[in-house]
Unconditional design. Structure first.
Lengths: 124, 576
């Protein structure tokens, strides 16, 4: 448990175990965390609240991660987005980055501790 | 009249003729002397008397002879016949008998001669017929010869034309055993020899025509497409399957084939192939077996039609005289392979999500996020985490394999320090090397130039080769890694004193999912995909990989990469 409690992070992840793990770890680091299960809910959350960081999956029902990135860009939001996915195609990464993603990580290849380090670095 | 009368008349005539002449002379002169007339009369009388006497005397032996002959003929012999006459008659009779026998013989001989004459005449007739027939045959052969000579001229002209088209020298070589016509001094002998040669040529021509018809039938019946080009690259033959596969059903003249070929794409780059890039064209230039998959757009197949072309030069006496290509429709194989690979890719992605959850939660437990663990719990959980990590590695390898096979693996070359990359991989392996007490020898030549390479791909090569060497070498063994420049290449040598590869399994070591028997029995982890991926990546980069190995003594891999580096290739997927 660390000090930064004023930072608000939005997690958009349809896989509940993954979402729960992130919620636990980020919470233990002192972050305020909001978790939603799809892109539509994520965009609603972004509309009503201000977030310091978004962790977003790519493959989700309704609006997927690319749709979320496009909407954020369209709205002119400056919130950084870290894309977390199990897709590892180069074209997916290139597309996400072109839509304004700050980072692109492959979940199965990345320990959760490394994700926490990345979050800390991004919000530092 | 008997012989005596004849004699008398003859003698009287002899005596009377001078008298008669004298009388006639006297009458002519008109002076007939009565004395002369008397003398003539007396002379005539004397002549008659003498004639009768002489006739009797002279004819007696003949009469006796005739009588004796008569007696001989009837079997009675008169004792009165004188001995001389008897002997003469006997001789005469013998002569007559002999004459008669001779006459008989002569008669027989005559008959025989006549028969022989008839036979000879018959034979002669036959000979005449045969000669007539021979003459006609000779005339016919003469006509045939002329026809053949004309045909030979045509054939030679055709051959010259064909050779000309094929780009061969048009002069017909003279066979060693062939004798020039002018060396036949005897015209008939020369003609006969020419006839023989023409006959032989005719026979050969028929045989050749038969063989050609057979070969044509075989080529046309082959299930694969066949395309033949001459030394100048002009298409000279297309069978029906080739026409179908290349959309050339409307082509009447094979020589126009190149211009009418459909657009063929390289399936790896999806870019149209120039004619010079086609295997058949390369084969005509003398390149050995060239194989290339071609993608042809097809209205009925959205993904296009796959045609595999394998071309080989036609070599005669070491000289390329053209090329022959076989074409095979591999669309279905490609569709099945693509579906299989896409399934693996999809399944891999789906598997990754739960594996990611297991990884993260195991990691959180090990980190004490759910409270402190005792040693036993930590050991068990560590097994779960490591096992899951192996599963993730396997999935990643399967994904890489599917990308390599799909041709969607991107190659993104950049200026790469190969030595630094090798050192980095060895540093990652350092804990394992230390743990297994491996003696590591490195020869990383600092003069090795940087090369254009995709660092992710090159790292994968080093990682697989070095980790295999460490993994399969017993504790206390040796591993050596060498990276040195060598001419236009950079060579990477990774040697170990490990298990080695059984000789019977060495040919399969680069096969997908293959693990050597002794490797499986050594209780080491492995997917059987590492060397397959290494080989695929190296070949993608235009390099080569070879190895030597002896079971129980160790293995050495030799990798050769061109300094010119990897060629950039757009792809949809990078390494996992």
């Amino acid at each position: 448990m660390t000090q930064p409690t004023d930072k608000h992070i939005l997690v958009i992840e349809d896989e509940k175990p993954m979402a729960k793990a992130l919620e636990i770890k980020l919470g233990r680091l002192g972050y305020q965390v909001t978790v939603v299960q799809n892109g539509v809910l994520g965009l609603e959350a972004l509309e009503h609240d201000t977030f310091d960081l978004v962790l977003c999956d790519l493959i989700m029902p309704k609006v997927d991660g690319f749709g979320v990135l496009e909407s954020i860009r369209e709205r002119g939001l400056a919130v950084p987005v870290i894309v977390m996915t199990n897709l590892s195609q180069e074209e997916d990464e290139a597309r996400a980055m072109s839509l304004g993603a700050r980072d692109f990580i492959v979940k199965s290849n990345t320990p959760i501790a490394d994700i926490m380090d990345l979050v800390n670095t991004t919000l530092a | 009249m008997n012989i005596r009368a004849k004699l008398i008349i003859s003698l009287v005539a002899v005596a009377f003729v001078p008298c008669a002449l004298m009388l006639v002379l006297g009458l002519v002169r008109g002076q007939v002397d009565p004395l002369a007339l008397a003398i003539c009369g007396i002379s005539l009388l004397i002549a008659i008397g003498v004639a009768v006497l002489l006739a009797r005397t002279l004819s007696l032996p003949f009469a006796d002879f005739a009588q004796y002959l008569n007696e001989l003929s009837v079997g009675t012999v008169e004792a009165s016949v004188s001995d001389r006459t008897y002997r003469a008659a006997t001789e005469y009779a013998n002569l007559a008998s002999l004459l008669s026998a001779t006459m008989v013989k002569l008669g027989n001989t005559h008959a025989e001669l006549e028969q022989q004459l008839d036979e000879r005449a018959h034979e002669l007739d036959e000979t005449v017929h045969a000669l007539t027939a021979t003459k006609e045959e000779v005339e016919r052969l003469n006509n045939v010869t002329i026809d053949r000579e004309l045909k030979m001229i045509e054939i030679k002209a055709s051959l010259r034309e064909a050779r000309k088209r094929l780009g061969e020298p048009t002069q017909t070589p003279v066979a060693a055993e062939e004798v020039p016509a002018e060396e036949y001094h005897d015209p008939e002998q020369g003609r006969a020899a020419m006839l023989n040669i023409l006959d032989d040529l005719q026979t050969e021509k028929k045989l050749l025509a038969t063989e050609k018809a057979k070969d044509d039938a075989i080529l046309r019946s082959i299930g694969d497409g066949i395309v033949v080009a001459d030394g100048r690259g002009t298409i000279t033959f297309l069978n029906e399957n080739a026409r179908t596969l290349l959309d050339l059903s409307e082509v009447d003249n094979e020589s126009n084939t190149w211009a009418q070929l459909p657009t063929m794409l390289d399936p790896k780059t999806n870019k149209p192939l120039a004619i010079e890039e086609l295997p058949l064209y390369k084969a005509v230039q003398g390149q050995s077996v060239v194989k290339q998959a071609l993608l042809i757009q097809d209205e009925e197949i959205p993904e296009g039609r796959w045609v595999e072309m394998t071309a080989t030069p036609i070599m005669v006496a070491g000289m390329p005289l053209g090329g022959v290509a076989t074409l095979r429709d591999v669309t279905k194989e490609q569709q099945v392979d693509r579906a299989k690979t896409e399934f693996v890719s999809l399944a891999s992605h789906q598997l990754r999500t739960p594996l990611s959850s297991i990884n993260w939660y195991a990691e959180m437990l090990l980190a004490g996020d759910a409270g402190e663990l005792n040693d036993e719990q930590r050991t068990y959980l560590d097994e779960v985490y490591q096992g899951n990590q192996r599963m993730v590695d396997l999935i990643n390898s399967l994904l890489n394999v599917s990308r390599l096979e799909l041709g969607t693996l991107a190659v993104d070359p950049e200026d790469t320090d190969v030595i630094a990359l090798a050192q980095s991989v060895l540093n990652e392996l350092a804990p394992e090397i230390k743990h297994r007490d491996i003696n590591l020898e490195t020869t990383l030549d600092p003069t090795t130039p940087h090369m254009l390479a995709d660092p992710k791909l090159l790292r994968m090569v080093f990682q697989n080769l070095a980790s295999n060497a460490v993994k399969y070498t017993p504790i206390g063994g040796s591993v050596s890694v060498q990276v040195v420049p060598d001419g236009d290449d950079i060579t990477i040598t990774v040697a170990d004193t490990g298990l080695g590869i059984p000789k019977t399994e060495q040919s399969r070591i680069f096969s997908k999912l293959f693990r050597a028997t002794n490797a499986r029995e050594s209780d080491t982890d492995g997917t059987g995909l590492g060397l397959y991926i290494v080989k695929s990546v190296i070949e993608h980069a235009g390099g080569t990989i070879e190895f030597t190995s002896e079971e129980g003594k160790g293995t050495t891999f030799y990798v050769r990469l061109p300094k010119s580096g990897m060629k950039e290739k757009a792809g949809t997927k990078s390494l996992s």
